[in-house]
Design a protein around this ligand. Structure first.
Ligand code: DGL
Length: 275
């Protein structure tokens, strides 16, 4: 590794975070990026708080060891279950000048601007939904908004197993969309609060009527990161700028590259690592 390199770290339990990284790189192309997908242990969605926290912390420490000063947890489950503890308990001990940011707060900050009816549906993993992080964050930003949540535990496995565009996926797309729409006829905005879900977007949109808008997080997180870097020059100056993108996985590189190329929209060549 180039000694000067201080990439922005991007972490997800698997390949889902690449849907966010794609938008980040498009908006902020000059920075170096280091993506880490914990594919050997994906999905995180149904795991305990302790497992998600320990796995995420291991990956965060690994990215710090590779020169990252700033890490984005491009994973809602890790943002919901591990971020606060890492920020409050671990970071002060590891290095108080480093930063770890999540994807829930930036999403909560803008979601209310998208709904006319004041009813928003949040689709996420079981871990994200049970944490109630979206309910708390959105309530703080938009107290009048009604939030309806639905866990979609089969969607990440469909995506990670390359089944997201097959006819078999239709059953589970319909199942969870029906469950959330049954919660209120007034829902006009659905948030894909899992970074894997944008791969299911064509099927989701096919099933929904056109008066329901569906939001994915990539553009939201990319805009929020740009704003953060402008407001924090002391962090921005530590991020190296050679427009490089590298990819790490805890599982086999071949498996990761195959999926990642689809998620990222161009050829990805990753390296296997042990955290
Ligand atoms: N992409 C992760 C998220 O945003 C997926 C979680 C999982 O591994 O289940 O929540």
């Amino acid at each position: 590794m180039d000694k000067q390199e201080a990439p922005i770290g991007i972490f997800d339990s698997g390949v889902g975070g690449l849907t966010v990284m794609k938008d980040i790189v498009e908006r902020l192309p000059k920075y170096d990026y280091l993506y880490l997908g914990d594919s050997a242990r994906t999905p995180y969605g149904n795991r305990s708080f302790e497992s998600i926290y320990q796995f995420t912390l291991q990956c965060v420490k690994y990215l710090f060891s590779q020169g990252c000063h700033l890490i984005i947890l491009a994973c809602n489950t890790a943002s919901a279950k591990a971020l606060r503890t890492i920020q409050q308990r671990d970071l002060p001990k590891i290095d108080p000048n480093k930063r770890v940011l999540g994807v829930i707060r930036p999403t909560a900050e803008i979601i209310g601007k998208h709904s006319q009816t004041g009813h928003v549906g949040v689709l996420g993993t079981t871990g994200t939904v049970q944490s109630e992080s979206y309910l708390m964050e959105i309530e703080h930003q938009f107290p009048k908004l009604s939030i309806h949540q639905q866990a979609c535990p089969m969607w990440v496995p469909l995506v990670e197993n390359d089944e997201y565009s097959d006819p078999g996926a239709d059953y589970f797309v319909k199942k969870y969309l029906d469950l959330i729409l049954d919660q209120s006829p007034d829902i006009d905005t659905l948030l894909l609060a899992c970074t894997h879900y944008p791969l299911l977007m064509p099927k989701i949109q096919d099933y929904l009527s056109s008066d329901i808008s569906v939001l994915s997080q990539g553009p939201i997180v990319a805009a929020s990161l740009q704003d953060y870097l402008q407001r924090h020059p002391e962090i921005e100056k530590n991020c190296s700028k050679h427009s490089s993108q590298r990819f790490l996985t805890t599982d086999t590189a071949e498996q990761f590259d195959h999926h990642a190329t689809t998620f990222f929209g161009r050829e990805v060549s990753s390296k296997h690592i042990k955290v």
